[in-house]
Unconditional design. Structure first.
Length: 401
């Protein structure tokens, strides 16, 4: 066969293959919603048709005898039929695998558990990857649903507790106000002082609720400024020192390494105060609460420890839930350090995270009590004298800048 004849055969065969391919593409486009087995069979039939067309062109160009042409067509058609049968078998298997993925997707939407154990039975690697991803998505969705349900229960309990916490002071205010109105109060000034104290308690509770709502909504407005963490912690401790002394609790501040952090002094001071208040509420009379300020790497820390009953292992995951109050008994003294609705640690963590830090609890091996660490990214270290500064009761060092 000469080069021109070979070129004619190649061009003609390519033209036929292109025409068959375009026809198959148009057919698949028209039946775009057909099952996957239809697509597979269409592709195989198109390939066989292209081969048969090429054989016919070659037979005409080479002037083969009719017997040779029939033989070539018989071989091509037989091979094509076998290929179509194989395509049907493979297409059926792939279609079943696709159906299994569809079932898994429906189970995912219906809340039925999706397992990745069947991934190894699927014939295509991509299908196996999709099934594993569906199983992983199902696990994540279940965790999210469990968390939402847990939060819903916690918030319902929070509403009940807040209603109780509001009802108690409001009932006291009403009773004392009625006694004043009726002239039955033996000591009006004392009654007025008690009413003012109850109003303050309600006001603190409302402030805590607003803080929690702002934190949850991501709407906590921060006015950051460079602040000495040691001075801020010392000032916060000084504000509650009188309460600690009344309960005969030693409150000491140890500034092991002062540091400058960029925080909102009011909000971040509130976070530290809530953690200290939590420690004071759990420390026994005659006990000790320590506040240690240090820094390392790119993080500054305020560690608050107490020698109270500690944290039960089952309580650790709930410590920072709004409204959660714990199962361990509090100290016998009655400290009025907040609204009493179990919002202190939740607010502390929310404020710390809004600053790019966090509040966590750490174990105290070999001793009673609990320890909470307030972390914040370090801005820059401040020069400090050799050794650490320790602030005993009644002598807070410095003021917050």
């Amino acid at each position: 066969m000469t080069a021109p004849d070979l070129l004619i055969v190649v061009v003609s065969s390519a033209g036929i293959a292109a025409a068959v391919g375009i026809a198959a593409w148009a057919l698949l486009r028209f039946f775009a919603g057909a099952r996957i087995i239809v697509h597979v069979i269409t592709v195989v039939v198109a390939a066989v048709a292209a081969v048969v067309g090429g054989v016919l062109v070659a037979a005409q160009a080479m002037y083969l005898s009719e017997t040779d042409v029939q033989l070539a067509l018989a071989i091509a058609v037989t091979s094509g039929l076998v290929a179509i049968v194989v395509a049907v078998l493979l297409g059926t298997r792939i279609s079943r695998a696709a159906g299994a993925l569809g079932d898994a997707a429906r189970d995912l939407g219906a809340g039925i558990a999706v397992s990745s154990a069947e991934a190894t039975t699927l014939p295509v690697a991509e299908f196996r990857a999709v099934l594993r991803e569906l199983a992983a998505s199902d696990a994540r969705l279940r965790e999210a649903r469990d968390e939402v349900e847990r939060q819903a229960v916690a918030r319902q309990e929070l509403v009940v507790r807040i209603a109780h916490d509001l009802r108690v002071p409001l009932a006291g205010i009403r009773a004392q106000a009625e006694a004043l109105q009726d002239g039955l109060a033996p000591d009006p000034d004392r009654y007025l002082a008690q009413i003012a104290a109850q109003v303050d308690r309600v006001n603190r509770l409302v402030d805590d609720l607003f803080a929690v709502s702002r934190i949850d909504a991501g709407a906590l407005a921060l006015r950051r400024q460079p602040t000495s963490l040691g001075d801020l912690a010392s000032d916060v401790a000084a504000n509650v020192r009188a309460v600690a002394e009344a309960a005969r609790i030693e409150l000491a501040v140890d500034v092991a390494a002062d540091a400058t952090v960029e925080v909102d002094p009011s909000e971040f001071g509130r976070a530290i105060a809530n953690v200290i208040a939590n420690a004071l509420q759990h420390a026994p009379a005659g006990g000790h609460v320590g506040v240690r300020v240090d820094a390392g790497g790119d993080t500054a820390r305020v560690t608050v420890t107490d020698d109270g009953p500690g944290i039960a292992p089952g309580d650790v995951e709930y410590l920072f839930d709004p409204g959660w109050r714990g199962t361990t008994a509090r100290s016998p003294h009655a400290l009025d350090l907040g609204g009493g609705a179990g919002l202190g640690l939740a607010i502390a963590r929310g404020v710390a995270r809004a600053h790019g830090g966090d509040v966590t609890t750490v174990a105290l091996p070999g001793r009673r009590g609990a320890a909470f660490v307030v972390e914040i990214p370090l801005l820059k270290p401040l020069p400090s004298p050799a050794g650490s500064r320790r602030s005993p009761a009644g002598s807070p060092p410095g003021t917050a800048r």
